[in-house]
Write a protein that binds this ligand. Structure first.
Ligand code: FAD
Length: 388
């Protein structure tokens, strides 16, 4: 299947196409193939030093996750006895960056130019690659925001290193002094700890809100003064903006109206999935959420179809929620969706398929057409009666 076995003379040789799936071991009738483990190679990474954090900003406002990462980066750097660096591309930043110095950073590299005004990964990746190649950090971290999830894999691919996406925990192996990058896998059922053995830097993105912010000095409102106070720790990167070409053309920018929604603030979440059939039908989901004083959530299928915006998404790649009541409407109950809501106190599922997996974890199941059930539910809730 992978053309990984070559016959030379009468000898079979496994070549570089091998993906270690083990299929040949079962297929070999002579039982003469085994995987003995990948030998550890010695690489010289002595030229790499320090923890570098990509500080993400949008229109000059630093993303909260960047402060969380600086706090975590400080701890990792202290454990390794090394320095903490920040790299901040942006435009018109000077008066907004003083807070960064409250998180124990040793040096901040700034790339300031109009080309960084909009967060275009194509352009940002070039400056990050330049900084990594020049300063050779041992560890490079970024937020698992939508921008970070696009940008950092691109950077990792260009500099040919590994990237562990969506980490929830980082630590240092006490013996090998390498980064242990822990992230949920298999729908959140197990935690995998991943290491970057053969390349540097060790790169990871980290989910927002999983690591605590720990300011060393209190942030101060007199930002311009603070910035000047730390000028000795700042280095402005030199680069030629003409080399930062992109194939993207920004046509317009619209502020996401639902961006401020925080599902975790609510006791009741009513979520719609593909089964609601289209964007307009979220009005029905919202009506039910409103009568219950709750908020609208969604499955990824609904978000990917552009029926509703990403901040509403519940699940492995969306929000993890545990409200008092979670009502899943027209959602099948894929493991990735369950990963984000199965710890809710009470789960109510409305689905026309009695075998939908969501019923396996639901406390209450309503089998039927949601377009019949939900209006009746709303009517009963409004009338204050307890049965449909
Ligand atoms: P479907 O699976 O298509 O289910 C629709 C359901 O609606 C069906 O059960 C159907 O019986 C029911 N239905 C249809 N019409 C009606 C009606 N009139 N009345 C009542 N019921 C009706 N998914 C997430 O939700 N969140 C995530 O964060 C997420 N992350 C992912 C990460 C990865 C790496 C991958 C691979 C997938 C991820 N997914 C995630 C996608 C997930 O695997 C499913 O594809 C998705 O959850 C399906 O969404 P759904 O239940 O809305 O749609």
């Amino acid at each position: 299947m992978y053309d990984a076995i070559e016959i030379t003379g009468k000898l079979a040789r496994i070549n570089d196409n091998c993906i270690f799936c083990g299929a040949c071991i079962d297929a070999c009738k002579f039982k003469s193939i085994e995987i003995t483990g990948i030998p550890e190679q010695d690489f010289d990474f002595s030229g790499y030093e320090g923890v570098m954090v990509f500080i993400e900003q949008h229109q000059g406002s630093v993303a909260e996750v960047s402060y969380e990462l600086l706090s975590e980066g400080r701890k990792l750097a202290d454990t390794l006895g090394t320095k903490l660096y920040g790299i901040l591309p942006g435009y018109d930043l000077k008066e907004r960056i003083a807070d960064i110095f409250c998180y124990g950073i040793d040096r901040l590299y700034i790339a300031e130019n109009e080309i960084f005004k909009n967060n275009i990964d194509d352009i940002y990746s070039k400056i990050l690659v330049q900084a990594i190649n020049r300063y050779r950090p041992d560890i490079f971290l970024g937020g698992a925001t939508s921008f970070g999830r696009t940008l950092l894999p691109k950077v990792a691919a260009i500099i040919k290193t590994g990237l562990t996406a969506d980490c929830t925990e980082l630590s240092i192996d006490p013996d090998k002094k390498i980064l242990l990058q822990t992230r949920p896998t298999f729908g959140g059922n197990i935690l995998a700890t991943i290491i970057t053995r053969n390349a540097r830097p060790q790169m990871a993105t980290v989910r927002p809100h999983v690591m605590a912010k720990a300011a060393i000095n209190q942030p101060d409102n007199n930002r311009t003064d603070n910035y000047l106070k730390y000028a000795g720790k700042i280095e402005f990167l030199k680069f030629d903006p003409l080399n930062f070409k992109t194939k993207y053309k920004l046509l317009s920018q619209e502020k996401e109206s639902g961006q401020s929604i925080n599902l975790t603030d609510y006791d009741v979440i009513v979520s719609g999935g593909r089964g609601i059939g289209g964007p307009d039908n979220f009005a029905l989901i919202k009506e039910l959420a409103d009568v219950l004083g709750g908020v609208v959530g969604a499955s990824r299928a609904a978000v990917d179809s552009n029926w509703i915006s990403y901040p509403h998404q519940v699940g492995q790649t969306g929000k993890t929620v545990n409200p008092k009541v979670y009502i899943a409407c027209g959602i099948s109950g894929a493991i990735q969706h369950l990963a984000g809501m199965q710890t809710s106190d009470i789960v109510i599922a409305i689905n026309k398929d009695p075998y939908a997996p969501i019923f396996k974890i639901a406390n209450y199941g309503l089998v039927g057409d949601l377009f019949e059930i939900i209006p009746r539910l709303i009517k009963k809730i409004k009338s204050g009666k307890s049965s449909i």
